[in-house]
Design a protein. Structure first.
Length: 246
């Protein structure tokens, strides 16, 4: 979607986890089409090649860092039209019996509580501006594959949180939905495949329904469309899979 508001400040979006592949792709799409974007990173501040957003440090494991996100939004004029929740973390791909409880906690923190902290920071502005929220989940939330316990459990919990939030915020004019993509061609996917013992990614991709994974552009464009497309204005509280039946 191109920013089309010709008077006053450009529309504003928040992208959490924007230093990751999906978040960065969403941020790039938005800034290229005239949006103001407040984008978050967890560890290293983005370099000069990063999209021209307002970059804010935010770590879901340290909830107080959400104050900086809140303040950045308060300082920025323009209607907050969209929030994209892209913070997440994979699991180690071990069986549940071999996975420490601390890993379940850390993966839940990144994938679920990150949205809770984000909403605590943004709820007032989002309600005032009737914002649309899209969380990035995963097909793992429903597939529950062996060796992926912490991640599957966290993504399933994120789906439940999104539906709950949608019901609570609908009276305020806020929409909340979740996009659940299948495997995306990204550095994280390569890391996850390595954990699973995959040594030939191309051969692995060839086994997928279309012989390839999703592209970052496909996922980012779908997120933005779901959040901002006028023909999606009625939908809230839904989980949208993005993949193919194999």
């Amino acid at each position: 979607m191109t920013a089309t508001e010709n008077t006053g400040p450009a529309p504003l979006a928040v992208v959490t986890g924007a230093s990751g592949a999906v978040g960065r792709a969403i941020t790039t799409h938005l800034t290229d089409t005239g949006w103001q974007v407040i984008a978050t990173y967890r560890t290293t501040a983005p370099g000069p090649d990063a999209p021209p957003a307002t970059w804010v440090h935010y770590d879901s494991a340290t909830p107080t860092t959400a104050i900086g996100l809140r303040n950045a939004v308060i300082r920025t004029a323009g209607p907050l039209r969209a929030v994209f929740a892209c913070v997440g973390a994979p699991s180690s791909k071990k069986p549940v019996a071999d996975t420490r409880a601390a890993e379940f906690t850390a993966v839940y923190q990144a994938n679920v509580l990150s949205l809770v902290h984000t909403w605590h920071a943004l709820a007032d502005r989002a309600r005032a501006d009737r914002t649309s929220v899209v969380a990035v989940g995963s097909d793992a939330g429903r597939a529950a594959r062996a060796g992926n316990g912490p991640y599957s459990a966290a993504k399933a919990a994120l789906e439940s949180l999104v539906v709950t939030l949608a019901k609570e915020e609908q009276p305020h004019g806020v929409r909340v939905n979740l996009l659940a993509p299948s495997l995306i061609d990204s550095p994280l996917a390569h890391h996850v495949m390595a954990l699973k013992g995959v040594t030939d990614p191309d051969a692995y991709y060839a086994q997928l329904p279309w012989g390839r994974p999703l592209t970052l552009d496909e996922v980012a464009s779908t997120c933005i469309e779901l959040a901002t497309g006028p023909h999606w204005a009625y939908t809230t509280g839904h989980i949208y899979p993005l993949g193919a039946v194999g």
